[in-house]
Design a protein around this ligand. Structure first.
Ligand SMILES: C[S@@+](CC[C@H](N)C(=O)[O-])C[C@H]1O[C@@H](n2cnc3c(N)ncnc32)[C@H](O)[C@@H]1O
Length: 444
């Protein structure tokens, strides 16, 4: 592995951040060195300097995308985050289709940071689920990404089982054609509804070629490595370019509170999306903050302890089930986990989140207390507790819980990741706590 001097680390750090938005805190130096070594081997670069120059030359887009891919978790799959997609299918699409029918124009959908295309193709499938006729209407789904190789793969549209791991059998049968070697391609009707385009969110205009103001923008799991101020700027640009009454769908941890005033939050069970209402239309004062769910669950690489060999599979199973909204099944796996080790804080925390999502407040608080008994530094658990007390109209208890979470977060680096998540920074969680506290101020 190459060793980077401080100056070299900073050069790469600045380049990746200014070109892509990806923020690499100093603690990630060895990860960067590893990624650079791998890229240098692939491109047969003779030195770090030589490799750095290749990121400024004519092949810079390709080379930089390759480096970024190694620094981030770029995975995607069909029908990811079913709870959000269900809201899009049952609420957003029917609403917007009515509007565009009246206006006599096409429905415009932008999947920003679509990687290898699973997300925009999934959206096309959901539209077909509403009506077989819908795709006969003029329709425009555009998937964009700053990685041209991913977009080329999206155009080829040949997917292995891993991309289809959350696709229910009936959807697989209905919307895919089986190819050789266990690979699948979306049916022509789905493929024809989607087109792909290179677009770097940091560099390009948000007015996409050939697409008028979008009615829906979906940008999920893209801004997770960006700094909060970059996310805020991009969210403002999304808001500006959306059509009036259009929707913005973000990943759970990419939302930056407070959101711009022209984006009104709409809350569904376990899901928050945003609708554009221009200045002048009264947007209600809202104080939503997302309930963070540890990402570590689906990532068996992060195990609670080396000797807890069964945890990753139980926790991963629980995560997959919770993602599909199958709370009872998820709960069963989490209970198996705590039966194996009654000191597994994250399992208690998750049991609390599941109970909270099902409106079982007392059980949720009990589980969160257990999580904190095992791991008193679990700021996430205090935060969730605060949210429950807030919803239960118990402002003094809510305030106490948020203050505890903030006190813990203050002992951590702002840009450090909150323990048990891979994607939420301490600064983001702290801001969410502060916002909740502000909204409590008048009540305590
Ligand atoms: C994890 S994938 C997300 C795919 C899909 N949205 C999903 O949620 O499954 C993240 C994608 O964001 C893209 N990306 C990262 N920075 C970007 C930028 N500045 N502009 C456009 N795309 C970017 C990456 O190339 C990658 O394909």
């Amino acid at each position: 592995m190459v060793t980077l001097s401080k100056e070299e680390f900073q050069l790469f750090q600045q380049l990746v951040e200014s070109e892509y938005g990806i923020h690499l805190p100093d603690q990630r130096e060895s990860r960067l060195a590893e990624a650079i070594s791998e890229c240098m081997r692939e491109s047969k670069s003779s030195s770090v300097r030589h490799y750095y120059e290749s990121l400024l030359g004519p092949e810079r887009h390709k080379n930089l995308a390759n480096l970024v891919e190694k620094l981030t978790i770029g995975e995607t799959y069909f029908l990811r985050n079913p709870a959000q997609l269900e809201v899009i299918k049952t609420h957003v699409f029917p609403e917007l289709l009515k509007t565009v029918n009246v206006l006599g124009r096409e429905l415009r959908i932008w999947s920003a940071g679509c990687s290898t295309g699973e997300e925009p193709y999934s959206l096309a499938m959901l539209l077909l689920e509403i009506s077989r006729d819908v795709i006969r209407q003029p329709l425009s789904i555009v998937g964009t990404d700053a990685n041209q190789e991913s977009l080329d793969a999206a155009e080829r549209a040949t997917y292995g089982r891993w991309s289809l791991r959350q696709t229910p059998p009936h959807m697989l049968q209905k919307y895919f054609v089986k190819q050789a070697d266990e690979h699948f391609t979306p049916v022509p009707k789905v493929r024809q509804a989607v087109r792909f385009q290179y677009h770097n969110l940091l560099k390009e205009s948000f007015s996409l070629d050939g697409l008028g103001p979008p009615d829906i923008i979906v940008c999920r799991n893209v801004m997770i490595y960006f700094k909060t101020d970059v996310n805020r700027r991009l969210i403002e640009k999304f808001a500006d370019c959306l059509s009036e009454g259009g929707y913005l769908v973000l990943g759970e941890v990419e939302t930056v509170w407070p959101m711009p005033r022209n984006l009104v939050p709409m809350e569904f069970p376990g899901v928050i999306i945003f609708r554009k209402h221009s200045a002048g239309i009264a947007a209600p004062e809202r104080s939503f903050v997302p309930i963070p769910v540890p990402r570590a669950l689906g990532r068996p690489s992060i195990t609670p302890a080396d000797d807890h060999v069964s945890f990753p599979s139980y926790l991963a199973e629980a995560s997959a089930l919770a993602d599909r909204g199958e709370y009872a099944g998820a709960e069963e796996y989490l209970k198996k986990t705590v039966a194996l080790d009654n000191l597994c804080a994250v399992a208690y925390y998750l049991l609390g989140v599941l109970a909270q999502r099902q409106g079982q407040w007392k059980e949720a608080i009990q589980y969160l207390r257990k999580a904190l008994y095992v791991d008193p530094s679990l700021a996430l658990a205090y935060f969730s507790m605060g949210r429950i007390y807030q919803q239960q109209n118990q402002p003094a208890k809510a305030k106490h819980a948020f203050l505890n979470a903030m006190a813990l977060l203050e002992t951590m680096e702002e840009e450090a990741t909150v323990p048990w998540t891979e994607e939420m920074t301490c600064a983001t969680l702290n801001a969410a706590c502060r916002q909740s506290l502000n909204s409590l101020e008048s009540k305590v």
